[in-house]
Design a protein around this ligand. Structure first.
Ligand code: FEO
Ligand code: CA
Ligand code: CA
Ligand code: CA
Length: 634
């Protein structure tokens, strides 16, 4: 058996290696799709008219705006530094391993900490985040998505866990950090020992709520009720509710499970179809958690994986509150949760499942939100939908009901991917963040890339033809799709869609891989991931892509953050991150004078010492970016 060097793979490639997909063999259909695609791209994009995609990029006089960008675009680079436009300054707010309490030590670059120090410190690999104002204080809630073994165990000669404490340190670097922050001498700083500081880790008590709570598939020996799980991990993007809670979104939760049963090789045939669909394997991704906690051994606890992959609602204002897993919002590799209050008060949550060929979802609550009224059941009771995109620019949300899927309400929440397949939802190019335009009923989703598009099915065997919003075979650059709900009603069944941008490289390609009209040699990028609107209606785009700066990616430099004008389609680069990082997570201070931006996994391949430089250990960190003139930013 070939030894899999998982450390050399990108994080998103693990599943592919562990669960090989069947090759597409429907030759005729692929050819047909390719012809369709030529028509679609030739007619719409090559000639620079987006009208065939719905016409949304043609700025109407009413919408046309003056230059909304308060900065001059910066060129890309490959520096081990953060670069922003002239007139802006960057400060570091908090780094992996910074202690939240004064009884904990400062980060130790030689050892990179212990389980005990990590449990009292800011977690690793910052991702989605939001700021909350409470009792005159500012609380920052941040996902700590995962750890890079080569970094967290980088003090060990083989960069692997040497003992149980190393494994526990890795585990405790996951989860969510709640920290109070405050301005000190003009710079935002962590408030050590704040009563609101909190680490939520894979060991914290959670409550399972919604239709799947108490179902047999959620029961374990340790929890015969199926209503109390422990911990959250691999939280990627986030969401926030108007009632003041934070939503952490469990993404690659599968990579932490393994089996003590002796099995041959890594054959998926030995696993249930549900495990195969969700990438649960007999071997984990190198975290080793089953060695210190039997919950992660699927031979002993086969239902434990069913208790992860949800959206977790956290009340940051009460450090003793029990986070709630909201099963009604489905179980998949959640990216973020973009919550909109519809005109009639119903709560609509848009969510992507970040896996090649998986789906885009919408939840609509049965109850309505009213300030001051109870909110406990709003995210427990409602209907989940999956998106179907038609090639003519129309689309529909298909309800995942027992009638439509043949599954009961709890099973739909637990095996949501299978429910999506049953209704023929559109297989997407890895839906990452969803962002709703605050100025109109219009929603955007980053489809980061998909090398399997037109080549392989998804893990459920659904075809992935290169058509519609996923028009390019072996899509290595990604795109951003957007849709407008019928009648401006986010609960409507229908919508129209178009592509806001097809990322690409016009210096290398002259075809669809050059990108759409709003991409040129100066603003090009690949793999859009984080998306968030600011209060002015500018769309911020963060990338998690190939930073080799050669071949197809020549001239694109390190991962970056750009801003797009939803009216004109113009896109400009605002920030370039340090080496081997991903830029992810974005929020603002309540006075909109500081923008907080996350830098995740600098040096994931061993070539960064950011932010401290010299020979320092690279550390994921949150930037506080402000204007030198103190003006508004976002
Ligand atoms: Fe954690 Fe899909 O990014
Ligand atoms: Ca992401
Ligand atoms: Ca990504
Ligand atoms: Ca990431």
């Amino acid at each position: 058996m070939k030894q899999i060097e998982t450390e050399e793979l990108s994080f998103d490639d693990f599943d592919e290696v562990m669960t090989p997909r069947p090759e597409e063999n429907d030759f005729d259909r692929i050819v047909e799709a390719a012809i369709d695609r030529r028509g679609f791209l030739g007619g719409a994009l090559a000639f620079g008219s987006f009208t065939a995609l719905g016409g949304a990029l043609t700025a109407s006089t009413a919408e046309a705006s003056a230059d909304r960008f308060a900065f001059t675009q910066i060129p890309t680079n490959g520096d081990d530094a953060v670069t922003v436009p002239a007139g802006y300054k960057v400060d570091i707010l908090v780094r992996w391993g910074d202690p939240l309490w004064s009884d904990a030590p400062e980060f130790d670059h030689a050892t990179r900490g212990t389980a005990a120090s990590q449990e009292r410190a800011f977690g690793d690999n910052t991702d989605g985040m939001d700021v909350f104002s409470h009792q005159g204080k500012t609380l920052l809630v941040v996902n700590n998505e995962y750890t890079n073994r080569s970094i967290i165990w980088g003090a060990n000669p083989d960069q692997k866990a040497a003992n149980d404490d190393d494994i526990a340190k890795g585990m405790l670097a996951h989860g969510v950090s709640v920290v109070e922050i405050a301005p000190v001498d003009g710079a935002w700083r962590l408030v050590k020992d704040s009563p609101f500081n909190r680490r939520i880790t894979p060991k914290s008590e959670m409550e399972l709520t919604g239709p799947a709570a108490g179902h047999d598939l959620l029961k374990t020996d340790a929890d015969p009720t199926g209503k109390k799980s422990l911990g959250t991990w691999n939280n990627c993007g986030n969401g926030r509710t108007p009632w003041g809670t934070y939503l952490a979104c469990e993404e690659n939760f599968n990579g932490y499970f393994s089996s003590s049963e002796k099995t041959q090789d890594q054959k998926p045939v030995e696993l249930s179809p549900a495990f195969v669909r969700y990438g649960i394997r007999t071997k984990d991704w190198g975290y080793g958690w089953a060695k210190i906690d039997e919950r992660f051994d699927i031979a002993k606890n086969p239902n434990e994986p069913n208790r992860a992959g949800y959206i977790v609602e956290i009340d940051p204002t009460d450090p003793t509150s029990t986070p709630k897993k909201r099963t009604a919002l489905g179980r998949f590799k959640h990216e973020n949760a973009e919550l909109v209050i519809n005109g009639d008060g119903r709560v609509v949550v848009y969510m992507g499942d970040d896996e090649r060929g998986e789906f885009l979802y919408r939840f609509v609550s049965n109850g309505v939100y009213a300030p001051g009224a109870p909110t406990e059941d709003l995210l427990n009771d409602g209907v989940l939908y999956a998106a179907k995109f038609n090639e003519d620019g129309s689309g529909a949300w298909v309800a995942l009901t027992p009638e439509a899927t043949g599954m009961d309400a709890a099973e739909i929440c637990i095996h949501t991917r299978m429910a999506g397949s049953k209704v023929g939802a559109t297989t997407m190019d890895r839906p990452e963040w969803v962002a709703a335009n605050p100025k109109k009923a219009e929603v955007y989703c980053a489809l980061t890339n998909n090398k399997n598009r037109g080549v392989k099915t998804n893990a459920g065997g659904d075809p992935t033809p290169a058509v519609g919003p996923n028009p390019r075979e072996k899509n290595n650059y990604g795109q951003i799709v957007r849709w407008r709900p019928e009648g401006g009603d986010h609960t409507a069944a229908g919508f129209t869609w178009d592509l806001f941008v097809l990322a690409g490289n016009p210096t290398v390609h002259k075809d669809a891989y050059a990108g759409s009209k709003n991409i040129d040699a100066d603003n090009m990028f690949n793999s859009p991931d984080g998306l968030r609107f600011d209060s002015s209606g500018l769309l911020w785009i963060q990338t998690d892509g190939n930073y080799k700066n050669e071949g197809d990616f020549a001239g694109q430099g390190n991962n970056q953050m750009l801003a797009g004008d939803p009216v004109t389609g113009e896109i400009r680069r605002f920030l370039v991150g340090p080496k081997e990082c991903e830029v992810t997570g974005l929020t603002w201070s309540s006075d909109r004078r500081v923008m907080f931006v996350g830098i995740q996994h600098p040096g994931e391949r061993g070539d960064s010492h950011w932010p401290e430089g010299g020979e320092a250990t690279p550390r994921s960190a949150i930037l506080a970016i402000s204007r030198e003139d103190g003006g508004l930013i976002g």
